[in-house]
Design a protein around this ligand. Sequence first.
Ligand code: GLY
Length: 349
Amino acid sequence: MLQMQSAKEPRVPDHPPPLIVATWSFSARGCRKAFPDLLSGSSALEVVCGVAREAEADPSVDSVGFGGLPDATGRVTLDAAVMVAPERCGSVCAVSRHLFVTDLARRVMERTSHVMLAGEGADAFADAMDMPSTDLLSPAAAQAWQRWRVGEPIGRPMDAGPTTGQLFATPASAAHAPAGFRHATERETPHDTIGVLAIDRAGSLAGACSTSGLPFKLAGRVGDSPIIGHGLYVDPEAGGAVATGTGEMVMGVNGTFLAVECMRRGATPGEAVHEVLTRIERRFRPQTHQQVALIALSRTGEWSAGALRSGFIVSCAQGSGTELLQPQFVMHPEDVVDGPHPADAGGGS
Ligand code: GLY
């Protein structure tokens, strides 16, 4: 029997349903944990920080936080950024004593008049914020560095698994997958930055990213992740984007700023991601071992993801669950990136 709606019942809000999208399968655990909070009213900013924190604390993720592979000198340095609007963003880079760098970036945004703190200054700010300091080099990452130094195969954790993408998968149901996406059934290749975008019940957007950077990078190298407009950009008037992969190429085209500007001018998220990857291809002519992938989310809640090469997976929490999805398009599906390449590392040619 039909029920009359009481005048006192809340009106169905006129904005998109809550959503989290994040790079790589390792972010699925954080998405799954954070999504109920998002549905209960947590802010998008709170949620993207929570998803990033989960990966930062996971020693099995060798590209983010504790467990991240060190630079060429054996030292782990972390980069992160958060953003909710052009006038509300924060980031840190080359942090060497503190683990929860996304929370630290948030504190830069909320407690200082600056956008970005680097190196020892960022660590000192974390001390001042009473954030605990810690050794960031995990035993597995130290071993990988020792092997890399003598030219042995590195054997990253991803090399061992068949279809890593299925480890966290919810029972297959394509019900929530946007058109053009397939559930992830292929093997995920070595991963990189965690980038997270969310839209909350109030319709607000937020984004975060966190990384230990390229494995065995030259000491002092900083990539795209902590630089606003490169690894992360959010503008509530247009949308948000996150990037993962070889940061130097993302930096050359202001990758996420470009994606958001494309959406501002009317492009769909898919068209925006395609424009960024096409521009990277045209200018850099990436080698087959070099991967870049982006996720773009419009202010109205549509999203898309694309990658240069096979092996990129998106974690998506929406509707009733968390899913692992293939990106909507891959520019070169025949290429599979299978590990860190000497030419990208500090000791390479
Ligand atoms: N995309 C992470 C980095 O290049 O450092």
